[in-house]
Design a protein around this ligand. Structure first.
Ligand code: GLN
Length: 388
């Protein structure tokens, strides 16, 4: 039975949308963002990059296929709140183990249903991403101005560092699948399971590290390469990760980064990042790969981006040689990938692990593997020259 108890979504500009309580009851605060994927709600909810955000699904019917243990992208749901139009009344899928409502309640995630999420999306699209709150149960009875004051007292996403909240506490390793080619250190800034699986599937031992490790810790592992994951928060609030990356780049350690990892490569190279008006979140975002001229349909989830010229190479302001924007968005020309021309380092702003989403960008993991192989053969030829 669906709840008939009321709930309200309050935006920081005072807009209010009354609907029905969904998931856990109570109140929650976060940045309101919209996601346009028609599928993949479980992957969205369990993507740690959504920590601190109240996610609205534009797709009107959510929960049809329930939830299961296999499609978890991390250990829990991370969204601060969940806004849907119509939750499915029945769960219908052979893989379903629970209903989405069960998971939201069990994990204490406050949601709201019965909201015209496309109307709210149109509002956010013109007014910009903003803080919001969902109020149900006893919190529904607070006055309008008390609710708005709570929303306005919440932390804005700009300037927010959330890495410590989502990162693993202990390091752990996923063994290479099949023949081992090398090893990679993954800085867990909110990594998704599919990313780790894609790395391991390419013959890499994957050493997942807590976000507070030092460059010495990373270099001391003797790995073939370093990877920075996706993750929540503002890249401008991650100075220590930027410093770590600069140190490992100077030491010559190959690098690949996804999403937050792209923004942090940008910053390590001396570029600025900025907040997008409402972000890119969905699974049909067109991107141009400048090297091949191929258009990829990609999965994306980002609210910040790197500032760089998309049409010509330039010097890294931090002295890391020549750099080019490798990919950009065909919707709004936002930087979607960086490539270092004088270093073994590249990154993308979108999600080649595609969970959920199309697999067009999966070749990027192969590009990373090629980079590691090339580095290995360069190292072994120097060694054999030295031995001669
Ligand atoms: N998915 C991500 O890694 C997101 C990166 C960053 N938190 C942003 O919103 O832009």
């Amino acid at each position: 039975m669906l709840a008939t108890e009321p709930a309200v979504l309050v935006l920081e500009d005072g807009q209010r949308y009354v609907g029905r309580a969904y998931g856990a009851r109570g109140r929650t605060l976060g940045e309101a963002v919209f996601a346009t994927g028609m599928t993949g709600y479980q992957e969205t909810l369990t993507d740690p990059s959504y920590a601190g955000q109240i996610v609205l699904q534009t797709a009107p019917h959510i929960g049809n296929t329930g939830t299961n243990d296999e499609d978890m992208e991390s250990r829990q749901i991370w969204v601060a709140g969940y806004v849907v139009r119509e939750p499915s009344r029945v769960v219908s899928n052979f893989r379903a183990q629970r209903s989405l409502d069960d998971d939201l309640v069990a994990q204490g995630v406050v949601g709201i249903s019965g909201i015209d999420t496309r109307a709210v999306t149109r509002h956010i699209r013109s007014a910009g991403a903003m803080r919001a709150g969902i109020f149900s149960g006893e919190d529904f009875d607070l006055s309008d101005s008390e609710q708005l004051d709570l929303v306005l007292a919440g932390a804005p996403m700009a300037g927010r560092n959330l890495s410590a909240e989502v990162s693993t506490v202990e390091p752990y390793t996923l063994p290479a699948v099949g023949e081992k080619v090398g090893s990679v250190a993954v800085l867990d800034l909110g990594v998704k399971k599919s990313t780790l699986e894609n790395l391991a599937a390419r013959g890499l031992d994957v050493h997942v590290l807590p976000q507070q490790v030092s460059a010495q810790d990373v270099l001391g592992l003797g790995v073939s390469a370093l990877f920075f994951s996706n993750g929540p928060g503002d890249p401008q609030a991650s100075d220590k990760h930027v410093a770590l990356l600069q140190e490992t780049l100077r030491a010559g350690l190959p690098y690949f980064g996804i999403c937050f990892g792209n923004q942090l490569l940008g910053r390590a190279l001396g570029l600025d990042t900025y907040k997008l008006p409402f972000g890119h979140r969905g699974i049909n975002q067109p991107v141009l790969d400048k090297r091949t001229g191929r258009v990829e349909i990609t999965a994306q989830n980002h609210g910040f981006a790197v500032k760089a010229p998309i049409d010509a190479e330039f010097d890294s302001p931090a002295g890391f040689g020549r750099v080019e924007v490798s990919h950009f968005s065909l919707n709004d020309q936002v930087v979607e990938g960086l490539n270092c021309l004088d270093l073994n380092a590249f990154s993308v702003q979108y999600h080649p692990e595609a969970a959920a989403g199309p697999h067009d960008a999966n070749y990027l993991f192969d590009r990373f593997l090629d980079m590691i192989r090339a580095q290995h053969s360069a190292a072994s030829s120097t060694e054999s020259q030295e031995n001669n």
